[in-house]
Every structure is written in C-alpha cells, then in structure tokens.
Design a protein around this ligand. Structure first.
Ligand code: SDX
Length: 455
C-alpha cells in the first residue's frame, strides 16, 4: 500500500496559531498534537478515545477487515477461500509466516505441532487442584500461564528460534490443556495425544476418547471443527489481541501474554458471547417468546448476544460460513432444535428498525454455540474452543508487535478528573459523614450477592 502523504491545517482558536499536521495512511500521529500548546509550559494536546473506538494502536499486515463491506482477509486471502480450501495448521502458518507454506514446509510445521502436544505431567496435578465445576476458561488461562514456569527459555523473546519454539508449544499444547480442563470437569481420566490424528482430530480424541483402544474422529465433525478454528484464527486488533500485544510490549514471555489474552476473551462481550448465546436461546425457549425478548432488548434490559460488532456494520462474513457448517454437522449429529429458534430470532431482528438503525448483524458467535452443542461440547467449553482457534492469531500479532521498530512498552496517557492537591486529614478530624474507603467497601459488601456455597 503506497503511503499517501498529505496534511491537515489546524487552527487553534485559543491562540490563533495554525499547524500543518501530516496525514499518513488515513491517520495522523497523535504525537503531532503535542505541538499544539497555549504556551511553552503547556503539555500540548492529547487525543481522548475511551475503548480506542477510533485509534490505531499499531501497523499490521496480518488481517484486513472492511466492516462496512463485510470483508475479512488473512494476509490478503479471503476468509471464505481459506475456509473452503485450507486447513487450520496451514492458516496458522500463513498468519505467522505471511505466506502459504510449500508442501514440505507444511509437513515440517504439522510434524512440529504434532510432536509438542504433550504437557509436563505436573500440569495434571495443577489442573486436579481445581474444583470439579471450575469453568474451563478459568482452568485454561491459569494452566497456560503456569506453562511459562516450565519453559524459562520463553523469556528470550528476542531469539527467533526460541520464539518459534514457544509459538509451536502454545499452538500444540492449548488443545491438550483445553481437553484436560474438560476431562477434569467430568471426572474422566486425561487422554494423551494421538500423533496419528490431525490437529482437530486429536483434539476430539483428547476430548471424547473412552475405553476404545484408538479413537477415530468422525471425518465430517473433524473437518467442521478445523474450519471453525480457521474462522476464529485472527481478527486484527480485537480486545484479546490488544491484551496480547500490551502484555507482550513489556517483554513478558508469550505464555504469560497468552494467559492475558485468554482472560480478555473470557468476557461475555468478547469470546464468552458464544456461551451466552446458547444461554439466551435456552432462556427464550420457543419462537412464541421472541417478540417479548426483542422488546426487552430494545428497552435496554437485555442484549441480543451474538449480534453486533465494533467493526462489522454488515453481516460478519464468518457467520455466513458458520451457518453453512451447521448443515454439514447436523447431517451427522441430527439438527439442534435451537437452530430454528436462532434463525427466527435473526429474521425478526434483521427486520426491526432498532437493529437496522444500529447496524446490528449476527457475528461470529451467533451460530457457533448451536454447532458446538450439537457436537456434544458443554456450553462452558465454547469460549475455550474460541481460544484454541485464536492462538495462532494472538501469536502472530504478538511477534509482529515485538518486531515493529515503532513499538515499545504500551503505556496510555489519561485525562485526570480527580481532586486537586489537598492536605492529609487526621483520623480524629474526619467528620461522621466522611465517606471513606471503609464506608464504600462496606456498602459494596452489603450489595454483593451471598457467596455461593462450595460443594
Ligand atoms: C467477538 O472485536 C472483535 O473482532 C471481536 C471478535 C473477534 O473475532 O475477536 O469479532 C469476536 O467478540 C464478537 C462479539 C461478541 N459479543 C457479543 O455478541 C455480545 C453482544 N454484542 C455487543 O455487546 C456489542 O455489539 C459489541 C460489544 C460486540 C460491540 O459493542 P460496541 O461496538 O461498543 O457497540 P455499542 O455497545 O456502543 O453499541 C452501539 C449501540 C448501542 O445502542 P445505543 O446506546 O446507541 O442506543 O448498539 C446497541 C448498544 O446498546 N447494541 C446492542 C447490541 N450490540 C450493540 N443492542 C442489543 N444487543 C446487542 N448485541
């Protein structure tokens, strides 16, 4: 992309001075505003952009999204073509290397990932320490962070060979940790990786293997899961990728950065939405209840989970592909009755002015849960599946940030709106109506729900 350099001419009406501000790639550098001052003692102007709704934090060549046109490309390749023709490990290679691998490069890459799926036996003891009903995302983010203690060489983030080794370890071991967290929750023994199987096939093996000598994944479900991983592999500067880059910018190891990314993804507004969609559909229960639910959404009492997006103001291109995968999966599993409910909910919403005006369309999370449930995954595992798919994207973004000469430790500024300087108040001088920390903590404690009795 050739850089179009032109300028903004800005007049500061406080001083009458004008400034020429360069425009590069459709953006201005925030730091150029620091020259706009009242006088030499002035700090200069900041930009204020809560939640970064209009702020580019980096230059990236990994993923391109056109939210209005509903376009998503990994390294220039349309997501629909990759979903149709590629494999998850090939896409992971593409995101990280920037180019599709040759046959021999892919074979080496697949072998490296396959032969790093085992985890240290002590991790099993770590996972055993969780309550049986611990949410698997809590187990996953903890165990990924714990992995950093097994690989001190992960701190050598400036060594390309060691970076690649950690990248391979994380893509390989996230499936094992994800499956172990599920097996722990149902009290079944952990299943070891089977190197004869594909990435998705081995994940299904570690999830579902019972007493059979060798687990054989259903090829249709194996392929469907591989495509779902492709669709989740990256999505430019989303909340969890921002966390990955921010933690990585302090030169923390990639396991610790990935634990932060998984934590961000856990939130119901992000990767946790697929779990909330299933809970929402189950709560609605039947098509007859849709109008009442939509009214609750329009009155601000509820959100239509799986709808809306910060960037897409059109149909999420991934949701279209996922809708097609649903038919493929249901041929094997039998249809999920919630699909009809979801389809009717989508139809009603897309015809309603509230959603049309706000450009709210189904996003990647709207249909995935219905498929995962049909495949036998419990609802708590849905965000875990998102994390497995997103790992290569997080790592590609992490490494791109490390190698970007313009990047350094992420440290935003703030607009201070607190007290001016004031003297310390001795405790004997504080009036009874002094609202101190203890009052607010007591008030918060009183509001808090009673602790859930642990079983
Ligand atoms: C993912 O960023 C990424 O790329 C994320 C992701 C990825 O691949 O990494 O694509 C994955 O996280 C997808 C999003 C999953 N989350 C959900 O489905 C949760 C439900 N969606 C919303 O919470 C919301 O749409 C967000 C969080 C996704 C986006 O929120 P924004 O961009 O901050 O938009 P907003 O909250 O400012 O909403 C604008 C308006 C508001 O109404 P008004 O105040 O103007 O009256 O739209 C309304 C919102 O109330 N709105 C919704 C809504 N989403 C937005 N109203 C009802 N239901 C919704 N889902």
């Amino acid at each position: 992309m050739t850089e179009q350099v032109s300028t903004l001419t800005v007049t500061d009406n406080r001083t009458g001075r004008t400034y020429e501000i360069p425009i590069e790639n459709g953006a201005i550098r925030a730091n150029t505003l620091r020259s706009i001052k009242l006088d030499e003692s002035d700090f200069g102007l900041l930009t204020y952009d809560p939640a970064f709704t209009n702020t580019a934090s980096c230059r990236s060549a990994i993923t391109f999204i056109d939210g209005d046109a509903g376009i998503l490309r990994y390294r220039g390749f349309p997501i629909t073509e990759l979903a149709d023709k590629s494999s998850f490990l090939e896409v992971a290679y593409l995101l990280l290397a920037g180019e599709l691998p040759t046959a021999s490069e892919l074979a080496v890459w697949e072998s490296e990932i396959t032969h790093h799926t085992l985890v240290h036996e002590s991790i099993k003891k770590f996972i055993d320490g969780f309550y049986h009903d611990a949410h698997p995302m809590g187990i996953l983010l903890s165990s990924v962070g714990a992995l950093s203690t097994f690989y001190p060489d992960a701190k050598e983030i400036s060594d390309p060979g060691l970076r690649r080794l950690q990248i391979v370890r994380l893509i390989a071991k996230i499936t094992t940790l994800a499956a172990f967290s599920y097996r722990h929750s149902i009290g079944l023994p952990y299943v070891y990786p089977d190197n004869d199987l594909s990435y998705a096939g081995n994940f299904l093996n570690m999830m579902w293997k019972a007493t059979e000598l060798k687990y054989e994944p259903d090829p249709i479900l194996e392929h469907a899961l591989d495509v779902l991983f492709i669709l989740h592999a990256d999505h430019e500067q989303n909340c969890s990728t921002n966390a990955m880059r921010a933690v990585g910018s302090s030169q923390a190891d990639p396991f610790s950065a990935a634990a932060a990314a998984i934590s961000a993804l856990y939130g119901p507004l992000h990767g946790g939405a697929n779990e909330q969609v299933l809970r929402m559909l189950t709560e609605i229960g039947s098509v007859e209840n849709i109008p009442a639910f939509i009214e609750q959404v329009k009155s601000g009492k509820k959100k239509l989970m799986g709808f809306g997006h910060r960037v897409y103001k059109n149909y999420d291109p991934r949701a279209r592909v996922i809708r097609q995968i649903a038919d493929e999966v249901f041929k094997v599993t039998g249809t999920n009755p919630l699909l009809d409910l979801a389809l009717e909910l989508e139809r009603v919403a897309l015809e309603d002015e509230y959603f049309i005006k706000r450009k709210l369309y189904p996003n990647v999370d709207f249909y995935t849960g219905i498929i995962y449930q049909a495949m036998g995954f419990p609802v708590e595992m849905f965000p875990v599946l998102f994390a497995v798919g997103r790992m290569p994207g997080w790592l590609a973004q992490w490494e791109e940030g490390l190698l970007d000469p313009e990047q350094k430790i992420a440290r935003p500024r703030q607009l201070y709106v607190g007290h001016e300087e004031r003297p310390y108040t001795p405790i004997e001088d504080r009036s009874p109506d002094f609202v101190g920390a203890s009052d607010s903590i007591a008030a918060l404690a009183a509001q808090a729900a009673p602790a859930r009795p642990r079983r």
